[in-house]
Design a protein around this ligand. Structure first.
Ligand code: SAH
Ligand code: SF4
Length: 356
């Protein structure tokens, strides 16, 4: 049983079974999430005998750091090895423009939710090798704990924009968010967490009915079914009309603005009529738009449009009355930094050392 996957209620249940008082749950959680102890023997206010049996039942596995790149005020990337040898990457963005909520001028972590991705968007490196498995809640929470420990500083925002489709790992994601959010857990405000999805309508609808005030970003990348289906197979299952109606529900139920992410890809989705339609979708929902110039991926033929073409697209969206930003800064580019995890692992960390 993985310690970072367990909620307060879970601990209380396990302790009751072991014949231990309930207040031990609070003590354990304080060691794990406040004091960040990584060994049972360090939890000195627990009786030695209990520490021993907990250690046997609940071994603690902090993520193992394989490589790290970037330092100082640039984006830092961490390659972690999971218990079964799978590799995932987590990105720490030191400070970024106000893109994801009011506090986004502070440190943001970009977290992976799966090993690989099954959705196969044609422009994305994360899905190139297919899907391997879901991350457990503990492996999701573990990325936050490890990066804070390695960075030596508090992290203020979480974006679920790393490898994988968070909505396809909904139960573990929600459990991780509960632990990250809870006062007995990490204690980070739900408004400081953003889930990015390629458009899984059932997940959006389920999240809309959740009381947590997490933010939602939609990877739109096309303003018509025709364009969207060309690059995102998920659009055939959940076409634009259904997606936008789920977004409207989310906005209404949460009383929250959502964000549309729109990668600008040359000759694919950068035409003036796409800009008009995109602006229309956003205006109807009061959504914000993040335009992101495409980051080329080795092995894929897509290009980013030139600067003039990007500016023209931006100007049309703005003229049509939508709230829009075009990202220009390199290292601070959240989606680009995390959207290509697998590739960047290979590029900046390769070759990974053999597993033992
Ligand atoms: N699966 C989720 C979250 C992970 S992808 C989703 O698709 O939303 C995070 C973001 O990075 C998405 O908006 C994705 O479209 C974007 N992205 C993927 N590849 C990219 C690339 N090469 N350049 C820029 N952004 C990219
Ligand atoms: Fe998966 Fe998101 Fe990449 Fe699409 S963009 S392949 S959903 S990680």
């Amino acid at each position: 049983m993985e310690v970072y996957s367990l909620t307060k209620a879970d601990w209380e249940g396990h302790l009751a079974q072991m014949g231990e008082p309930q207040f031990r749950a609070g003590q354990i959680l304080e060691w794990l999430f406040r004091k960040r102890a990584e060994r049972w023997e360090d939890m000195t206010n627990l009786p030695a005998k209990l520490r021993k049996s907990l250690g046997e039942k609940f071994p603690i596995y902090p993520l193992e750091t394989v490589r790290e790149s970037g330092a100082g005020d640039t984006t830092r990337k961490f390659l972690f090895r999971l218990k079964d040898g799978q590799l995932i990457e987590t990105v720490l963005i030191p400070a970024s423009p106000a893109l994801y909520g009011e506090a986004s001028d502070r440190r943001t972590i970009c977290i992976s939710s799966q090993v690989g991705c099954a959705y196969g968007c044609k422009f994305c490196a994360s899905g190139l090798d297919g899907w391997k498995r879901n991350l457990s809640a503990g492996e999701i929470v573990g990325q936050f704990l490890r990066v804070e420990a390695l960075g030596g500083e508090k992290v203020h925002n979480i974006v679920f924009m790393g490898m994988g489709e968070p909505m396809a790992n909904y139960d573990n994601l929600l459990r991780a968010i509960e632990i990250l959010n809870a006062p007995w857990g990490v204690g980070l405000g739900a408004r400081h967490m953003t889930i990015s999805t390629s458009g899984l309508v059932p997940g959006i609808r389920a999240l809309a009915r959740q009381p947590l005030q997490v933010r939602l970003a939609i990877s739109l990348h096309g303003a018509t079914d025709e364009v969207r289906s060309r690059i995102m197979p998920v659009n055939r299952k959940h076409p634009l009309h259904d997606l936008l109606s789920a977004c409207a529900d989310y906005t209404r139920l949460k009383k929250q603005k959502i964000t549309f992410e729109y990668i600008l890809i040359k000759d694919l989705n950068d035409a003036p009529e796409q800009a008009c339609l995109l602006a229309g979708h956003a205006r109807k929902l009061g959504a914000k738009i993040n335009l992101i110039p495409y980051n080329t991926v080795e092995g894929l033929d897509w290009q980013r449009p030139d600067q003039d073409r990007q500016d023209a697209f931006l100007a049309i969206v703005r003229r049509e009355g939508a709230d829009v930003t075009l990202r220009r800064e390199k290292g601070h580019d959240i989606a680009a930094a995390c959207g290509q995890l697998r590739l960047q692992v290979e590029k900046s960390f390769a070759p990974a050392p053999p597993l033992n």
